[in-house]
Design a protein around this ligand. Structure first.
Ligand code: SIN
Length: 357
């Protein structure tokens, strides 16, 4: 009898322990929602050796997730298809939908982290837009691939697994929108695509990556610079802003053309510290005098555009800080939806924390 009671207590303890373990692991398992938007990561080519002649944005999110062995051991992962495009064709309408969906996911507590699969060509722009409009406190991670999903050594599955690991990691919270590619973690404001075809195509040229994804875990090596900006409403209609690429001999004709298209702002990707050839400067000064906001950025890949020639200040041009022209354009569009005052827009650029990089 004593033996039977002892045996029953051992069994009861064993079952109680098992169910306890299951409950704890189910409750503590991070939930990651993967929002798929297309890109090469969802690209398909006629043959596995074909790595350039493919169509981006073809394969659906379920197939992307099922090509990643072990993803389920990292998190409770669910997929959702937001669109399926080549990211060169990204639109304001998709940006708005994406920002609204990410906000909704966190507001309704649908996930602990979000991964956005995206084409690499405009990934940095979407990441920056999401950072400015959502300013998430929970992890939001963009990833993609340089080789199509059908390629023999496709890099998409590894990047997706890394991105899920980062999105599931508590240390990624509060670091803003992140880009995870080729084992590196970058801040949305700092990252850019620096190579046309290599697998390690992304870098943060004015700094280092924020961290890395290694075999034994996610490692952050530094904090991103905090932004003092409050989130911009993603639904506001965004005015037209054109980017002009500076070059020797620029006579200002394209600045005049930009005004004819109705641009409310121009980002001038100047030489070095945002220098502008004389004739182009004269055309831009005229545009500024008639209310178009001019931001000086740089065609150099790294470093900040800081106050320079006194004429630029007198003409009311804005220093774009360390933002690459394509990101300065996004911030200028969002800022113009708030104010047309150049001084206030300069404060917005300063508050984005990019000016001092
Ligand atoms: C794209 O940006 O959609 C195509 C290129 C890529 O994803 O690498």
């Amino acid at each position: 009898m004593v033996w039977k009671i002892l045996w029953l207590s051992v069994l009861a303890f064993a079952f109680a322990d098992c169910s306890h373990t299951r409950t704890v692991s189910a409750a503590s398992r991070p939930r990651v929602l993967v929002l798929a938007t297309g890109g090469t990561i969802a690209g398909s080519a006629p043959s596995p050796s074909d790595i350039t002649g493919y169509r981006a944005g073809v394969i659906g999110v379920d197939a992307l997730l099922s090509a990643v062995p072990g993803i389920e051991s990292m998190a409770d992962v669910k997929g959702e298809q937001l669109c399926n495009i080549d990211s060169k064709d990204m639109t304001d309408e998709i940006w708005r939908r994406l920002a609204a969906r990410v906000r909704e996911i966190f507001a309704k507590d649908e996930a602990d982290g979000v991964v956005v699969t995206h084409g690499t060509d405009t990934m940095e722009e979407t990441a920056f837009f999401l950072g400015l409009t959502v300013k998430p406190q929970k992890p939001v991670v963009l990833t993609g691939a340089m080789l199509p999903a059908t390629a023999k050594n496709a890099d998409g599955p590894r990047n997706l697994l890394d991105a899920v690991r980062v999105a599931a990691s508590p240390e990624a919270a509060g670091k803003g929108v992140l880009v995870v590619m080729h084992g590196e973690i970058h801040a949305a404001r700092e990252v850019t695509k620096i190579h046309t075809t290599r697998l390690d195509a992304f870098a943060s040229p004015s700094s280092d990556p924020l961290g890395r994804v290694e075999a034994d875990g996610v490692r952050f090596e530094r904090e991103p610079r905090p932004s003092a900006l409050s989130p911009f409403p993603p639904e506001a209609p965004l005015p037209r802003v054109d980017i002009l690429y500076g070059h020797a001999g620029d006579d200002g004709a394209l600045a005049e053309a930009a005004l004819r298209t109705g641009a409310k702002g121009i980002v001038y990707a100047g030489m070095g510290n945002g220098s502008i050839p004389e004739q182009a400067e004269a055309a831009l000064a005229q545009a500024a005098a008639s209310g178009t906001v001019i931001v000086r950025a740089s065609r150099s890949n790294a470093g900040a555009v800081v106050p320079a020639a006194s004429s630029y200040m007198a003409e009311g041009f804005i220093d774009g800080g360390a933002l690459q022209p394509q990101k300065a354009r996004i911030l200028l569009r969002l800022a113009l939806a708030r104010t047309a005052n150049a001084k206030e827009i300069q404060q917005i650029f300063n508050a984005d924390a990019s000016a001092s990089l």
